[in-house]
Design a protein around this ligand. Structure first.
Ligand SMILES: C[S@@+](CC[C@H](N)C(=O)[O-])C[C@H]1O[C@@H](n2cnc3c(N)ncnc32)[C@H](O)[C@@H]1O
Length: 227
């Protein structure tokens, strides 16, 4: 599998066997996806939900059975991913935005819940900070931002160790080594993960006061921040 020239085209291609690939390529993927529901407060009933980098809809699909009457806004640069969501979510209230995050108009005080599954590591440090600010402003007071991602920078002294253990994990499901070679090409071209501590600092600077980490195994992390 050759990598494509931008995120939108890359994920159009990736959409074909997406969930299977993610389960085999991302350690703890299932737990990091179920975290989006599992760690919400029991008395939290969001009416307006924004899913940033919805992909084929795995995060929204977790939320929908629990919050069937909410309005969902799904943003993704890849039209094929958006189309997979359209097919799947026809019986829910969904607004689609086939946009890059930088071109999405975040409305002020609009959402009760903003979620992002494995999408923010595609943004560089400047864009991440800008998105955290936009998310904070677009949440209502008491609203929640939760996201799952790989949280280690490529310059972290432990990065080489992470890569070794990640390779071992991927080669269990895809032993011929081709998938790992593709992941590394994709990772080099498109992925800009940030250290966990720095992300907590960015979230605090954006204004979040209550920041929890309900799931963290090695660098695979789910964070929840309340406005
Ligand atoms: C790894 S997938 C994650 C999909 C899903 N949220 C999940 O947790 O499985 C990342 C998705 O984010 C989208 N994406 C990445 N960077 C983006 C950006 N800057 N603007 C809009 N979409 C982006 C990609 O097109 C892709 O569909």
């Amino acid at each position: 599998m050759k990598i494509k020239k931008n995120i939108a085209l890359e994920f159009n291609d990736f959409s074909k066997n997406y969930t299977n690939d993610m389960i085999g390529c991302v350690p703890h993927y299932a737990e990091l996806i179920s975290s989006f529901v599992e760690h919400l407060p029991n008395d939290f009933y969001p009416k307006s939900i924004l899913d940033l980098g919805c992909g084929n809809g795995n995060v929204s699909a977790q939320l929908m059975p629990h919050f069937p009457d909410a309005t969902y806004t799904l943003v993704d640069a890849s039209i094929e991913m958006i189309n997979l969501c359209r097919k799947q979510f026809s019986s829910y209230n969904v607004i689609y935005a086939n946009n890059y995050f930088k071109d999405f108009a975040f409305k002020k005080d609009e959402y009760d819940l903003v979620v992002a599954g494995f999408s923010l590591h595609h943004c560089d440090e400047v864009e991440k900070q800008s998105i955290f600010n936009s998310i904070y402003n677009s949440l209502k007071k008491g609203g929640i931002f939760s996201y799952s991602d790989l949280m280690i920078s490529k310059t972290n002294p432990d990065h080489k160790k992470l890569i070794k253990s990640w390779e071992k994990f991927v080669n269990i499901s895809f032993p011929d080594g081709e998938k790992w070679a593709w992941i590394m090409e994709h990772y080099e071209a498109f992925d800009k993960p940030t250290d966990y501590d720095l992300q907590i600092e960015y979230l605090s600077r954006a204004g979040f006061e209550n920041i929890q980490t309900p799931f963290k195994k090695a660098y695979w992390t789910h964070i929840q921040a309340i406005k």
